[in-house]
Design a protein around this ligand. Structure first.
Ligand SMILES: C[S@@+](CC[C@H](N)C(=O)[O-])C[C@H]1O[C@@H](n2cnc3c(N)ncnc32)[C@H](O)[C@@H]1O
Length: 242
């Protein structure tokens, strides 16, 4: 585990919008663990479902890989198959750290790490695609295009695992669950001031959608079936099959 996240301990001093820069990269593991209810379960679900859906002689993708929590699990779960893992992130700091963490897998040719905007990445011959807590950071008008590209790149029967923070159709429910999420963060040692400062810095950077919007998009794009695997407060993991 990297350094403890104390970036917002004295408020959002920089006043800058949130970004996955070097400072965030250093504390990222602690940040995501203390901020995202069910995060470890979402990673375990990648393990379980990638074992079921990955196929010999294909690629599996981890889009927006950050420090490679899912990448690590994918490498283990496809170990006995002829599969290359392709992990992509557009944060130079994240990919630099991944290059250190996973150098042996890269050397063996089992993993390709790409510093790239996933909006322009090529996705091909995929049996599994993982995109965990990333779509929420993309421009809204690019999200459907990306999901269409993933759909085209997946082989028939392939699986897309997606985790997102969501909000709810009812404002009252969104407010209540958001309050519970703040309590979850307080229980994990964040102060009210840190929580408020991070919320402000994420304003306009992370834009959530409802579960209904996610399902409508996946249906429109053509996924034959989809299901919610897990939800924990306002965070959820889904599986969609081509
Ligand atoms: C919340 S983190 C993802 C966490 C990671 N998937 C996990 O489960 O540990 C979001 C990541 O998406 C990356 N990201 C955001 N927009 C991106 C884009 N357009 N192309 C590539 N990566 C992007 C960020 O740099 C960041 O590392």
């Amino acid at each position: 585990m990297g350094k403890q996240d104390d970036i917002f301990i004295e408020g959002n001093l920089s006043g800058l919008p949130f970004s996955f820069n070097e400072e965030v990269t250093e504390v990222f593991e602690d940040m995501i663990d203390r901020s995202v209810p069910g995060y470890k379960t979402s990673v375990n679900l990648v393990d379980y479902y990638s074992r079921q859906y990955s196929r010999d002689n294909s690629y599996v993708y981890d889009l927006g890989c950050s420090l490679g929590a899912s990448t690590k699990v994918l490498l283990d779960s496809v170990n006995d198959k002829n599969i290359k893992v392709i992990s992509i992130d557009n944060s130079a700091a994240m990919i630099e750290k991944c290059n250190k963490l996973f150098s042996s897998y890269v050397d063996e040719g089992r993993l390709e790490l790409k510093l790239e905007d996933i909006n322009i990445s090529e996705i091909t011959n995929a049996s599994v695609v993982v995109i965990n807590f990333v779509l929420q950071f993309l421009d809204r008008d690019k999200r459907t295009l990306l999901i269409e590209k993933i759909f085209k790149g997946l082989n028939p029967g392939g699986g897309l695992l997606i985790s997102e923070k969501v909000h709810f159709q009812s404002d009252r429910e969104s407010k209540n669950i958001s309050l519970l999420h703040h309590l979850f963060k307080e229980k994990n040692g964040y102060t009210k001031m840190e929580i408020a400062a991070k919320r402000d810095s994420l304003e306009g950077v992370m834009v959530t959608e409802t579960e209904e919007v996610h399902f409508q998009r996946m249906n429109r794009v053509g996924f034959s079936r989809g299901e919610k695997l897990m939800s924990n407060l306002n965070f959820a993991t889904y599986l969609f099959i081509k």
